[in-house]
Design a protein around this ligand. Structure first.
Ligand SMILES: [Zn+2]
Length: 418
């Protein structure tokens, strides 16, 4: 074991080169048009290490039926499943996604290549979550070169469209029955905590209707934007009520240290507003959109009912408001018992390589991993590379610490080889 960890410590250059290769393939979604390229690269690396690799492309009609709002995305929805029978008793499923969110023009370095600066590596996806894949490849070749027998058979699922959802490549593989294993590690996490839970996510949309007219005689039209104001006020009242609730699941270390919020909490957000054409036209439509993150103790049906009830109250007070509301369940919440032996095993490996007492906590965000857990019933937790308060995942200048990249290779080495 010591030999492996030492060896991994000497392979940082190789890991960074692999990461650079992955970052240079622009897999941002939308549109997600380079999935085949990155999966071919990953497949060739795994085949060289004697993995049996299966390329699984989600059929277009299934993709569009399950993701009716994503029909504009182009390119094949490619995923891979790579397995290796090492002769062990148990099988470990390791997964993460290779798609990334787009990069804005405000980056201080080129987003689609790796830039090393002050002990950090910058590039889109280095934290979320190509860094973990690069580290994993280094570990797999080290195991091969040193001829070490892993403690588990391996089932590796590298997937796409996690950043879009609801029906990602991982969901597809789960439904195909490709995620057979005894334990599940998702590398789609950060290095702050062991993530054992996540919030569910509902996307909601409300269209408020009016009647357009010359603004000079606006009293002859119906102003949809003005009609949307009481609707928003109703939502803000519900927001206050929802956000007083707390889960029993501990919040992430970053959140509790920076905000004093100690457990997962639900949120309701208004995040998009569209309406109006021109100053002198009464707008005939105002569209409000947002999301509602719900804690593992809440249910999708209750979340929708609560939204509907809030809107009914608004309509009772303002019977003249004409609107339509929809709620889409994007991801379910996830919750694994933190005392599950698998979670404790992951924690032990992470504790040793980080020299910390890692917290098992929940993330305010939502994961496609939750779907896979629901289908497979596997004990699952997430641990990855990146820091909640400094890595800028989904923001400009996404970065990771080089030290964390090295730590992560040692974590995987320990976990897989014991
Ligand atoms: Zn991610």
């Amino acid at each position: 074991m010591l030999a492996l960890l030492e060896y991994l410590g000497s392979k940082t250059g190789e890991t960074i080169r692999t990461l650079d290769e992955l970052v240079r393939i622009p897999t941002q979604v939308p549109p997600g048009e380079n999935y085949e390229k990155i999966m071919d690269l990953a497949a060739s690396k795994l085949e060289e290490l004697d993995f049996k690799v299966e390329k699984l492309i989600m059929p277009r009609d299934l993709f569009e039926r399950k993701n009716p709002r994503l029909t504009h995305l182009v390119g094949e929805r490619v995923n891979i499943c790579a397995t290796k029978d090492t002769g062990a008793d148990k099988t470990l499923l390791i997964n993460t996604h290779l798609d990334v969110v787009p990069a804005s023009a405000s980056w201080s370095v080129p987003p689609f290549e790796c830039t090393e600066k002050d002990g950090h590596i910058f590039g889109r996806g280095v934290a979320d979550s190509k860094g973990s894949v690069a580290a994993f490849f280094t570990v797999l070749s080290a195991i091969d070169e040193l001829d070490i027998k892993p403690r588990y058979n391996l089932n590796i699922a590298l997937t796409t469209d996690e950043e879009m959802g609801p029906y990602s490549g991982l969901c597809y593989l789960a439904d195909l029955g490709k995620l057979k294993a005894d334990y599940f590690l998702s590398m789609d996490g950060d290095s702050d905590d062991i993530t054992i839970a996540s919030n569910g996510n509902v996307d909601w949309q409300i269209d408020v209707f009016g009647k357009s007219y010359h603004s000079g005689s606006s009293f002859l039209g119906v102003n949809a934007i003005e009609k949307a104001v009481p609707v928003m006020n109703g939502l803000l009242e519900l927001k206050a009520k929802v956000e007083r609730r707390r889960s029993k699941v501990p919040a992430s270390m970053a959140i509790s240290q920076n905000t004093g919020i100690d457990t997962l909490m639900p949120v309701l957000n208004i995040t998009v507003i569209n309406g109006g054409v021109k100053q002198n036209i009464v707008p005939d439509r105002c569209t409000l959109k947002g999301d509602r993150r719900y804690i593992p103790e809440e249910k999708f049906s209750d979340v929708c009912k609560e939204m509907n009830d809030a809107i009914s109250i608004v309509k009772k007070k303002h019977p003249d408001i004409d609107l339509k509301m929809s709620c889409d369940n994007i991801y379910a919440p996830m919750l694994t018992d933190m005392n599950n032996p698998w979670v404790q095993e992951v924690k032990r490996a992470a504790d040793e390589v980080t020299d910390r007492d890692m917290r098992c906590s929940g993330t305010q965000g939502s994961l496609d991993v939750a779907y896979a857990v629901k289908v497979t019933g596997l004990p699952a937790c997430c641990f990855g590379i990146g820091r909640g308060m400094e890595s800028n995942a989904h923001a400009d200048d996404e970065n990771i610490r080089v030290d964390d990249l090295v730590m992560y290779t040692k974590f995987l080495g320990k976990l897989i080889c014991g």
